[in-house]
Design a protein around this ligand. Structure first.
Ligand SMILES: CC(C)(COP(=O)(O)OP(=O)(O)OC[C@H]1O[C@@H](n2cnc3c(N)ncnc32)[C@H](O)[C@@H]1OP(=O)(O)O)[C@@H](O)C(=O)NCCC(=O)NCCS
Length: 181
């Protein structure tokens, strides 16, 4: 399996991955969100990676630019959303490889922090930890019972503890329905 940056011609296959992975109810909305983010200037620079198995796209991950408001400390941050793997390719390490390759590329690009709203049993395996208790507020309030789903990973030492504040995401993601677990 190869991981590479996506191209414009991958858009249809990427939409299909999200539609199938997230299911009939949520899938079309997520596919539309991804298309919107590709065209959203406030999401740039974005990092979009696909997993390719025998010429077939089986997974996709998107990292988009975000900012921390109410801090004077210059800090470079990204938001991981969404991640999807085709049902017949799941549980083979594809998701984990997409996350890790993305984090490596963001580290190379000098990014300090990466945030995600996701399954609290899944992302800690790739180094994420609860973000709320570290002083990072999500763009929309996360109910207490799902507080563990709002997570962060530091790619550089010394950022966590020095920086706190509210995360402001790209405009297309900045809608309450995208922040419900
Ligand atoms: C979540 C998802 C991206 C994981 O991708 P994947 O390639 O199947 O995951 P990996 O192979 O890297 O990891 C598999 C492990 O994660 C676990 N896992 C998968 N989905 C999980 C979830 N929602 N919550 C907790 N653990 C999960 C599997 O049980 C498996 O555990 P094991 O290693 O102990 O057997 C994929 O299942 C998917 O596309 N799901 C539908 C869309 C979705 O929920 N996206 C994430 C939004 S936050």
């Amino acid at each position: 399996m190869d991981i590479r940056k996506s191209t414009e011609t991958d858009r249809v296959a990427i939409a299909k991955i999200h539609t199938k992975a997230f299911g009939e109810e949520k899938g079309p909305e997520i596919a539309a969100l991804v298309n919107g983010l590709f065209d959203d200037p406030t999401a740039a620079p974005l990092l979009s990676l696909v997993a390719v198995e025998k010429d077939r796209l089986v997974g996709h991950i998107l990292y988009t630019k975000s900012v921390i408001t109410d801090t004077d400390t210059p800090v470079s941050i990204r938001l991981l959303a969404p991640l999807a793997v085709l049902p017949d390719a799941q549980a083979k390490g594809v998701g984990r490889k997409l996350i890790k390759e993305g984090l490596d590329q963001l580290w190379d690009a000098g990014v300090d922090l990466v945030f995600v709203l996701g399954h609290p049993d899944y992302y800690p395996r790739c180094g994420f930890m609860p973000a709320g208790v570290l002083g990072f507020e999500a763009p929309y309030p996360i109910p207490d019972e799902h507080a563990g789903a709002w997570m962060v990973q530091a790619l550089k030492d010394g950022v966590i503890g020095r920086v706190k504040g509210k995360v402001q995401c790209a405009e297309v993601l900045d809608q309450p329905q995208h922040w419900r677990e």
